[in-house]
Design a binder for this molecule. Structure first.
Ligand SMILES: Nc1ncnc2c1ncn2[C@@H]1O[C@H](COP(=O)(O)OP(=O)(O)OP(=O)(O)O)[C@@H](O)[C@H]1O
Ligand SMILES: [Mg+2]
Length: 270
């Protein structure tokens, strides 16, 4: 367990937070969500964030994406301060927010259209990714004709068509049943690795957090800081799937250590 960012992150720094704090202001009160977060994330790294509900995990992702500006400190991507929503960042959320009136191909090109990517190029890229990741036969289907897991895969591909370097995943599997969640987390992990993206996953599922990540960040209660950082070392060759990592003997050691830090009530013990 270490409190500082990992050696891997220092080698090829991609995202950096320096003394970041965030307070929400309403006319009547100030809510201090995050306090003094310092963190470096390396290119291609997979980070999981766990912590009690309301501690500021989603807020942290919004800061990285540039949708929120820090009240204190600085967020940078590739050495440049983030001052507005960054095109380098893509989001995957709990709800897929697919447009029911567009077919699957029409949905995956939405983000690219908003970014004014050339329409034909976006459609080519969308079709290629759908085919590569098992949805080639569903391009002309309406979202309502897909299962929950397929819809989330479409949502991920929509994000990838816009070619972000960084993927922020905010509880992307939590609305799905357990079996679908397991299968989809395997698939999403493979897609992210295959595409060489940097990923930050927020989850309440500790097994998911450990089996997918290079590092797990544990956040404390609000005003939240990073309480602990666990370097996850279950896969020396970098070839194992999250499912295989769950079978490793050391996996249970990580689980128990992080579980204790969370006081047992922030995540579900799956
Ligand atoms: N727009 C807002 N205005 C005021 N307070 C907010 C706003 N958004 C979030 N908060 C507060 O900031 C704190 C952190 O919220 P955040 O959504 O980041 O938590 P979280 O860790 O993602 O929680 P959960 O696990 O339930 O998703 C909470 O106390 C929340 O009430
Ligand atoms: Mg949240």
């Amino acid at each position: 367990m270490r409190r500082e960012s990992g050696a891997r992150a220092r080698q090829a720094e991609h995202i950096r937070l320096d003394g970041v704090g965030l307070s929400y202001f309403t006319p009547r009160e100030e809510t201090e969500a995050l306090r003094d977060i310092t963190l470096a994330i390396g290119k291609g790294e997979f980070i999981s964030i766990v912590g009690p509900s309301g501690c500021g995990k989603s807020t942290l992702l919004s800061l990285i994406s540039g949708m929120l500006k820090p009240t204190r400190g600085k967020v940078s991507i590739d050495g440049a301060e983030v001052t507005e929503p960054s095109v380098k960042v893509g989001y995957m959320l709990q709800h897929d927010h697919l447009f029911e009136w567009r077919d699957v191909l029409g949905n995956v090109t939405v983000g690219a259209e908003i970014r004014r990517m050339e329409k034909e190029a976006a459609r080519r890229k969308g079709a290629e990714l759908l085919a590569r990741y098992g949805l080639g036969d569903f391009m002309r289907h309406a979202p309502a004709q897909l299962s929950g897991g397929m819809r989330q895969r479409v949502a991920l591909i929509r994000t990838l068509v816009a070619e972000p370097d960084i993927l922020l995943l905010d509880e992307p599997f939590s609305a799905l049943d357990y079996q679908t969640r397991l299968t989809l987390s395997e698939e999403v992990f493979r897609i992210i690795k295959d595409q060489g993206k940097t990923a930050v996953l927020v989850t309440h599922d500790l097994s998911e957090a450990i089996s997918m990540a290079d590092r797990v960040l544990v956040m404390a209660k609000r005003p939240s800081t990073i309480a602990a950082v666990h370097e996850i070392d279950l896969d020396e060759g970098g070839q194992l799937s999250p499912w295989s990592k769950r079978q490793a003997a050391k996996y249970h050691d990580y689980f128990n250590a992080i579980w204790k830090e969370l006081d047992g009530h922030a995540v579900s013990p799956l």
